[in-house]
Write a protein that binds this ligand. Structure first.
Ligand code: A2P
Length: 279
C-alpha cells in the first residue's frame, strides 16, 4: 500500500479575505484610485481605515507567501455597496509597485477590521469642520464628504487640500464637482448640504491661482480672509488632519496655537489626527 497516497497534499495558497477589484483609475504617474467589492458583514464609520494588500513574493527558501498589508483609509462613504481606495504608486514600494497594476476582476486582500481616529464621534459638537489634507491624505475626507452625517453635524465644512502640482488635486476636485452635479447625491446628503461644503485646494510647487501650504495659509490668516471666516477658535471650530508626518506635526502646533485640543475616540475634543496614515 502506498502510504503517501493518503497524505493530504499541500493546500494551494488561497487569498485570505479576498475582495474583487471592480474599477481602477489612474490620475497621474504616481496616483491611482480603485474600487473593490465590499464584504457583506463589513460595517465602518466614514473616515476609518482598513488593512489591505496582496500576497507577497514566495520566500526563496520555503516557497511560502505572506500577505503584504498596509493601512488604507476607506475613501467611499459607509453607505456605499463597494469600497474605494486612493493610493500613491511608489516604483520600488513593496506593495504599491504591485498594487498599481491591479485590474478589474483581480483580487486584493482586505482585513475587515476598520479602525481610525478621523471619525465624527471623536470630536465635540461644533459649528465648522476643517478637513486638512496633503496628498493622498484626502482619502478619508472623500468618505466623510459623502456622508450625510457630516452635514447634519456642522454648519460649514472646509476641505483644504494641498499638493505639489495641480494634477494631484484632480481626484478631490472631480469628486467634489461630481457631488454638486449629482442629483441623487444631493438628495442623499440632504437639502442644502453641499452648500455647506467649502473647497480650498492649493498647490505648493506648480504655479496656480491658489497657492501655499495649509500650515502657512492658516497661520497667515489668508484662508480666513479668502473664505470670509473668523479665525479658528476652540468653541466653534473642529479639525481633522490627514497627511505626511511632517505635515501632521506642523499642523498640530498651529491648531494648538488656536487653542484647539487633540481628541480621540475615547476622549472627544476639538481636533483629531490620523497617525496610521503614511503618505
Ligand atoms: P511643499 O511642496 O512645500 O513641500 P509631499 O508630496 O512631500 O508629501 O507633500 C505634499 C504636500 O504637502 C506638498 O504640497 C507639500 O508642500 C506639503 N507639505 C509637506 N510637508 C509639509 C509640512 N511640514 N507642512 C505643511 N505642508 C507640507
Amino acid at each position: 500500500k502506498d502510504s503517501n497516497a493518503a497524505k493530504p497534499t499541500a493546500a494551494q495558497p488561497v487569498l485570505p479575505d479576498a475582495q474583487t477589484v471592480t474599477a481602477v483609475k489612474h490620475w497621474t504617474d504616481s496616483l491611482f484610485s480603485f474600487r473593490v467589492t465590499r464584504p457583506q458583514t463589513l460595517r465602518f464609520r466614514s473616515g476609518e481605515f482598513v488593512m489591505i494588500g496582496l500576497m507577497g513574493d514566495p520566500d526563496p527558501k520555503t516557497g511560502r507567501q505572506k500577505p503584504l498589508l498596509r493601512a488604507y483609509s476607506i475613501a467611499s462613504p459607509s453607505w456605499d455597496d463597494e469600497l474605494e481606495f486612493y493610493s500613491i504608486k511608489v516604483q520600488d514600494g513593496p506593495l504599491t509597485s504591485k498594487l498599481q497594476h491591479i485590474q478589474p476582476g483581480e483580487q486584493i486582500i482586505l482585513r475587515p477590521k476598520p479602525v481610525g481616529t478621523l471619525v465624527l464621534d471623536a470630536l465635540l459638537p461644533g459649528k465648522r469642520l476643517w478637513m486638512l489634507a496633503t496628498g493622498t491624505g484626502i482619502a478619508p475626507f472623500a468618505s466623510l464628504m459623502r456622508d450625510p452625517e457630516t452635514y447634519e453635524s456642522y454648519d460649514e465644512i472646509i476641505m483644504m487640500h494641498t499638493c505639489r502640482d495641480a494634477a494631484e488635486l484632480d481626484y478631490g476636485r472631480e469628486l467634489i464637482e461630481g457631488l454638486r452635479e449629482d442629483e441623487l447625491m444631493k438628495e442623499l446628503l440632504g437639502e442644502g448640504a453641499l452648500d455647506k461644503l467649502r473647497y480650498y485646494p492649493t498647490t505648493t510647487r506648480e504655479e496656480t491661482a491658489n497657492m501655499g501650504r495649509i500650515t502657512d495659509n492658516l497661520s497667515s490668516g489668508k484662508v480666513f480672509e479668502d473664505l470670509g471666516l473668523p479665525k479658528m477658535d476652540p468653541e466653534h471650530d473642529r479639525a481633522m488632519v490627514c497627511g505626511s508626518l511632517a505635515f501632521n506635526k506642523d499642523i498640530m502646533a498651529i491648531l494648538d496655537g488656536f487653542g484647539l485640543k487633540e481628541g480621540a475616540n475615547s476622549d472627544p475634543a476639538q481636533y483629531v489626527v490620523e497617525k496610521a496614515f503614511v503618505g
